[in-house]
Ligand binder design. Structure first.
Ligand SMILES: [Zn+2]
Length: 247
């Protein structure tokens, strides 16, 4: 089996969508080589009574820039690590940048740019009319997605997926709903260098650009590199085929 071509610098930083495709019946775009493993993962989940629904897949640089600028300008809700509302206008730029990074990726540095990442819920676990909030409590033992949490822990690696933000590592807040396709994401993370990020950000219309570029190496270490390492099991699952359905 040949390995897929590596993502180029525009694809790595969300400035091109040449690596992603639509997924039939789902509201997300994914890397073309992630569609089959994710379809297999969904089929297996379905057999366990879990309706694995992606609520976010590929996101581009421009979308991430709008989120960033909206939070910086106080136009979007800004939360601290404990989930309390912060007033953007009351924070000095370094504190404001850190607050945004607690919950939102720096444009160019979002793993969602790669098409290998998905935020998922179990649609079958939600009460009629209820909406997922994507908070860690939902994935706790008493939470609405406790079964999804257990199922992913036991089976995601069989299909090449793992969860880079499962635990609090002092960077990005825990996001147990965030799945990553290890065989491609691992290479993307190694290819995404601070230099490439700087090239994507310079002159791109980002609020606090000078502040961000001045501390880019620290941001890179704390928020890009500081993730759960991909498991050997997920890396080994490069060749997956959809499970056979019981007839
Ligand atoms: Zn995510």
């Amino acid at each position: 089996m040949t390995s897929p071509p590596a993502l180029n610098s525009l694809e790595l930083t969300g400035r091109a969508a040449t690596h992603v495709v639509a997924v039939e019946g789902l509201p997300v775009l994914l890397h073309r080589d992630v569609v089959a493993p994710f379809t297999a993962l969904r089929a297996a989940a379905s057999q366990a009574g879990i309706a694995l629904l992606p609520v976010s897949g590929y996101r581009d640089f421009e979308r991430q820039r709008q989120i960033w600028n909206g939070k910086y300008r106080g136009e979007r809700e800004l939360l601290d690590a404990q989930g309390r509302t912060l007033q953007a206008a009351s924070l000095a730029p370094p504190a404001l940048v850190e607050a945004i990074l607690t919950w939102s990726a720096l444009p160019g540095a979002s793993r969602h740019h790669w098409g290998t990442e998905l935020d998922v819920i179990d649609a079958a676990a939600l009460a009629p009319g209820a909406r997922a909030r994507l908070v860690p409590e939902e994935f706790a033992p008493q939470g609405v997605f406790a079964r999804l949490e257990q199922w992913l822990a036991a089976h995601a690696a069989d299909y090449g997926f793992y969860r880079p933000y499962r635990a609090d590592r002092g960077g990005v807040q825990p996001e147990p709903w965030h799945l990553s396709y290890g065989p491609i994401a691992d290479g993307a993370m190694q290819a995404l260098t601070p230099r490439l990020l700087e090239e994507a950000l310079a002159g791109a219309g980002l609020e606090a650009e000078a502040q961000v570029l001045a501390v880019l190496p620290q941001i890179y270490r704390r928020y890009v590199l500081n993730v759960e390492p991909v498991s050997a099991a997920a890396l080994a699952a490069v060749a997956v085929s959809p499970p056979s359905r019981p007839s």
